[in-house]
Write a protein that binds this ligand. Sequence first.
Ligand code: SF4
Length: 451
Amino acid sequence: MPEKNRSVYIETLGCQMNVADSERAAGVLRAAAFDLVKSADEADVVILNTCSVRARAEAKVFDRIGEIRHRRNGAQPLIGVMGCVAQLEGEALFQKRNSIGFVAGTRAADRLPDLVNRALGGESRVMDLAERLPGEKWNVGVEHRTSGKTAFVPIIEGCNKFCSYCIVPYSRGREKSRPASEIIREIAGLKTQGYEEVYLIGQNVNSYRPNVIDGLEEVAGATPFAKLLRAVARTGMGRIKFTTSFPRDFHTDIVSALDEHENLCNWVHLPVQSGSDRVLRAMRRGYRIADYMQRVAWIKGARQRLALTSDIIIGYPGETSEDFQQTMELVERCQYDGLYIFKYSERKGTPAAKQFDDVSKEEKASRFARLEELQRSIQTKIYRSYIGSMVEVLVEGASARRADELSGHTTCNKIINFSTEGVEAASLIGKPMPVVVTEAKRNSLYGRIAV
Ligand code: SF4
């Protein structure tokens, strides 16, 4: 009798890059005759794809391993850790938890079948923290994508920026851009499979710089990323979004490309992190506020209305009340459509962790609340300004509020809920719909289908 396939469950924590890595891991495991299952309770092998951006990353992984093992009465699964925590901690994970059977770094997804088979075959402490192999293709089968309508397409991995507080350059290595021809082929294929939207993803997408310019020879553009945007737009994919952009590498030609192509969405996420030049220098961000505001002027000066969102860290070591005041002033000037505010907390292994975390918990909480309040008032005004206008929504499913309402994201990346008014709701899911905005809440819009 043929041997039964082993089953694998992959659990993903963290960013879109991890989602994309898990999709890729699922593809190679399936191709190697593993069955993919939806719960850790029934799997022979459990893989935790981990994130180290937030505090207590390692402890959270151990807590989750404890939970998984606790729920199993009979045979315990083989447990593997992949992703950022795996890359950073390596061998130490085996010492801290002997229930871990294998460790796969951030660039080992394609080699998972071999690692898993070796661990299942009885080899202990199987580990791979190596680079991707030259020529590895980024193949993800449609059956392994998280969504049938929106796909994440990594275009660049890693980061060369080494901001003082960030662990990513250590966990994901140096920047490596995928060949443009491969990206364009993948997106053209996704369009054929019925995908409506792609997100070009990477730590800094606009730092895109492939070794070989193949596929972009005939495309106009001041930077490889601006060329790539135009080339991807020409595939005819319905909606194209990209995140994240690094301010120093943000060229005005990106805005020109967005103005030229309707399917390049009208949203830019441009993290600033602080409104103080002194703090930006300490963070080693490599730009000053004047440089950043130049980029904001380009974005706000676009022919169409572009939504602008950002990230800010408050309470970085040494941040004075004057520095914080400058951040408040910057937020007032930028009028962001959305803002992700983080309280600084140290990441082991980063240069900033060597500095004394001198802004008290209470002060961080107070600055957070003040900035949040300011952003709330700006956002309320911005969201209200959409009332009466028509937006295009990619319908994702029922809204969280009411079963008879649908919900989705606009091209400018805002959540909108809308009534279906007698239309059969199920038939609209996965489709782009024109919706007239009738109401604005703090973090979402409300509307009705345009007729
Ligand atoms: S640009 Fe800075 S914050 Fe962003 S991933 Fe690179 S090091 Fe981290």
